[in-house]
Design a protein around this ligand. Sequence first.
Ligand SMILES: [Zn+2]
Length: 354
Amino acid sequence: MKVKLKPGDTLLYYSRLFMVPLDLIIDSNPGIDPKNPPVGKEVKIPGVSMQSYPNRVTNAVVNHMEKYDSSILHRDLANLEELYPFIKVKSIGKSVLGNPIPEIKIGSGRTKKININASFHANEWITTSVLMRFVNDYLLALTNCHSLNGLFMLPYYQSVELSIVPMVNPDGVNLVLNGPPKALREELVNMNKGRHEFTAWKANIRGVDLNNQFPAKWEIEKGRKEPKEPASRDYPGDTPLSEPEAVAMAELVQLEQFDRLIALHTQGSEFYWGYEGLEAPESTIIAKEFERVSGYKAVQYVDSHAGFKDWFIQEFRKPGFTIELGKGINPLPLSQFQQIYEKVLPIMLAALYT
Ligand SMILES: [Zn+2]
């Protein structure tokens, strides 16, 4: 919410009054000089709403039990931005159908930049719910100064810049959850081998598997993948980076030069952390910690190329991880959410502190 600056008020005074860390108030009001705030100007107080005033909001905006399509994502992002103005939301590109692909940035830190992304694969959309719930829990812990799994978040806010891309493949997720758009129905049913049921669809809306699109021995993957034309899954495209969603992710990584990268997928309760012996030495330590805190099995190499984390490791030689959440047949049911979240939250926290 906003308050009007009265004579003598300072941002530090508001920090004490609302018990919200000063850093968060300063970052929510980039146009205001904290030492000399102009009287009459409106100041945004993060984590306090008109309804909760004068107390802080303690409940989540994100309802992880919803079927999390792109319209729900945009609704939640707008609400989170309003309530926590120190986060920055922007679009890093557009999907085939013109849906924006949002990125959330949290943290003022420059010592470590971490990207966490979800829903590369359409039928793995539960990963978006998991990631958005993490974002919301992080913001609640920050503004309420309480711990998340025993860790206080403010020091991480100050040292780490988190880049969150919660839905890389919005067209695909919408297709799985809401069915095909009318104009594309026939084309999509054909690509889906005549099936009208789209819950198992993994690719983007053009039938390209976005996690087979990256220039890391793409030709090998192209040669051995079964589908030779667009399909519900596994088709690597006509060329690497032919799809706008994959391009958006590649450009983001090139621009931001992340120190580490975590790609959330389902399923298998394990994670992959190597590629062709090119992985950074510190990946071993991080992988051990991920395994310890989650119980998920650390797998160094799998016989696979052209994935996002493969390309990230190859190009930047920094730690990159593909985490396969949960166990079962995709799409995993929401009844698994809590169980999955309990395993994955410690992994995301370990990415901050390792
Ligand atoms: Zn996947």
